[in-house]
Ligand binder design. Structure first.
Ligand code: IPE
Ligand code: IPE
Ligand code: MG
Length: 239
């Protein structure tokens, strides 16, 4: 059944924790990396769907700072997949006027993969349509600690007065500077946790935990999550 979405209340920013690739593959008796490969196709589809609906920002959690705890084989493959994904999608990003941004720490991403992230950002930076943000080697506590360090350095250099720090300008020291906070967070696979993702930025996001693995998350599931968002009442502390 087709969903009717209220076009006036499409979330401006949707953040997605793409989870369940490994379990999806396991159920199909495939290697975990096959789950990641299939998952990449869903990213393309969800970007198209978001763009068509008028969403302005989509952030995908693709690799966390904690994911280095996985096997060398799996992390190496995920670096390769990132490179291939960006290489294959550059033309589409340009054609669809999509701006690409990466958030996360540089080390220890291999040089070739880091260069691809930087190049893709540079090649799409003038685009004015949807902003596609990839959280890659991203950890929210690290992001907040990095912000605290930058603020301390600014203060020491005499460019900033500690008493002037507030919720608004603190955000300018985060990797997500200039990007509005997510309105909706979707985490697939049935896990109900945040896993060190956008802790500051998700303060008032609506949370949605569909029970499908990321490789099976299609446009219909995405629209269902938006529909659920549209049935919520956001109060922001007021009554
Ligand atoms: C999400 O799927 C992708 C990454 C974290 C890179 P997982 O690989 O975590 O899949 P599960 O949770 O093991 O099923
Ligand atoms: C979160 O998924 C990170 C990404 C989706 C990139 P994980 O599968 O790594 O999270 P945990 O370990 O289940 O919390
Ligand atoms: Mg997982």
């Amino acid at each position: 059944m087709a969903l009717v979405l209220d076009k006036e209340h499409i979330p401006r920013h949707i953040a997605i924790i793409m989870d369940g690739n490994g379990r999806w593959a396991k159920e199909k008796r495939l290697a975990r990396t096959e789950g990641h490969r299939e998952g990449m196709k869903r990213v393309e589809e969800i970007v198209d769907a978001a763009d068509a609906l008028g969403v302005r920002y989509v952030t995908f959690f693709a690799f966390s700072t904690e994911n280095w705890r996985r096997s060398k084989t799996e992390t190496a493959m995920l670096m390769r997949f990132l490179d291939i994904f960006l290489q294959c999608n550059l033309k589409r990003l340009i054609k669809n006027n999509i701006r690409f941004l990466a958030i996360g720490r540089k080390e220890p991403i291999p040089e070739y993969a880091w260069k691809r992230l930087i190049a893709t950002q540079a090649q799409t930076k003038e685009n004015s349509g949807l902003t596609l943000i990839l959280a890659f080697n991203y950890g929210s506590r690290q992001e907040i600690a990095d912000a605290a360090r930058k603020i301390a350095e600014e203060a020491l250099a005499g460019r900033l007065v500690p008493g002037d720090i507030n919720e608004e300008n603190f955000g300018e020291f985060l990797y997500t500077k200039g990007i509005p906070d997510p309105d909706l967070l979707i985490r697939t696979s049935g896990e109900v946790r945040i896993s060190n993702f956008l802790l500051w930025q998700l303060s008032y996001a609506e949370l949605c935990f569909p029970k499908v693995y990321w490789p099976e998350f299609k446009r219909q599931n995405f629209e269902e999550a938006i529909s659920e968002y549209q049935r919520r009442t956001r109060r922001f502390g007021a009554v």
